[in-house]
Design a protein around this ligand. Structure first.
Ligand code: KPL
Length: 297
């Protein structure tokens, strides 16, 4: 049995993709849900069905826990969970950006804490409908020392979904690759209130993207994550923006639904890192502040 903390799009995708009866949602300490969580599941291929996912009971002992909460909720969510599972249960963090994963790994260094980076696309156009909009890949790797022994087991359990899961010894590098893409697309879509592809022709994007990529390139090098030229980074950001041209980014969706965004773990994380490493990050700072202003309205 896999326990899933966070019943948003990604949590629902994992729950619905597992064989029936082998996944359960984990309630927060202040929640006491009754019956199973039911929702319509529209897979990437195949007919729509109804997913019915139970809630984990006090005496259930999950073999693996997935944390699919928003980055800003993760530390508290894991704190409310660790006393309810045994110390050797692997916990996989699925958050966007960086910062929340390291905070959890630092706090529970003696537990098997892993992180995942996924390109699976899922959304909820209606509250009770989960759409698997695009198939992708998921990489899973260790964040703490004890997690090194858990990667194989975690990958084997997740493969029961039929989705493409890969072990990744250097998961931090994967998370950085995704962070770059999110930092170069998400805030622009939120500020400009447009789908991903439309940022490319916008003045705000054109006037700042080269400086942003120079900041990203300097940060990647200083963080020991390799050498990437600003031009190569811009090329990667624009390829993803074109490939996902019609998508509403997760950050724009958060703004549109009045939810807190993950800006503090994307461009905000890069600003904090720049301060630590002595690297100026004015474009990341400007994007962070503008998105923060939007979400406080
Ligand atoms: O990961 C994404 C997100 O929206 O968070 C991108 C790649 C920008 C796709 O929309």
């Amino acid at each position: 049995m896999i326990g899933i903390l966070g019943a948003g799009s990604l949590g629902r995708l994992w729950a619905a993709s597992m064989p029936p009866g082998s996944a359960a949602f984990i309630a927060r300490p202040d929640e006491s849900p009754g019956s199973d969580l039911g929702y319509r599941f529209r897979p990437f291929n195949g007919p729509e069905s109804i997913a019915r996912v139970p809630w984990l009971r006090a005496y259930d002992r999950p073999e693996l826990i997935l944390v699919t909460t928003k980055a800003g909720d993760t530390l508290d969510a894991v704190a409310g969970l660790v006393d309810r599972c045994s110390g050797d249960t692997p916990i996989i963090l699925f958050q966007n950006g960086l910062g929340s994963q390291q905070a959890v790994a630092d706090q529970w260094q003696d537990r098997p804490i892993l992180a995942a980076s996924t390109t699976e696309g899922a959304n909820r156009p209606e509250p009770d409908l989960l759409v698997h909009a695009g198939t992708g890949d998921t990489w899973v790797g260790p964040l703490t020392e004890p997690a090194r022994r858990s990667v194989e087991k975690a990958v084997a359990l997740l493969r029961r979904t039929g989705l493409a899961i890969h072990p990744e010894p250097d998961i931090l590098q994967r998370l950085w690759q995704k962070l770059i893409i999110n930092a170069g697309i998400n805030p622009y879509t939120a500020i400009l209130d447009c789908p991903n592809g439309d940022i490319l022709a916008a003045c705000l994007y054109q006037d700042t993207i080269d400086d942003l990529c120079r900041e990203l390139s300097a940060l990647i090098a200083a963080a020991g994550q390799g050498e990437e030229t600003p031009a190569a980074l811009r090329g990667r950001i624009e390829r993803v923006a074109r490939n996902t041209a019609k998508n509403t980014s997760s950050m724009r969706a958060d703004i549109l639904h009045g939810r807190r965004t993950e800006i503090d773990f994307i461009n905000g994380y890069l600003v904090r890192l720049g301060k630590e490493l002595g690297i100026e990050t004015p474009v990341n700072q400007m994007l962070t502040e503008r998105v923060q202003q939007l979400s406080s309205h």
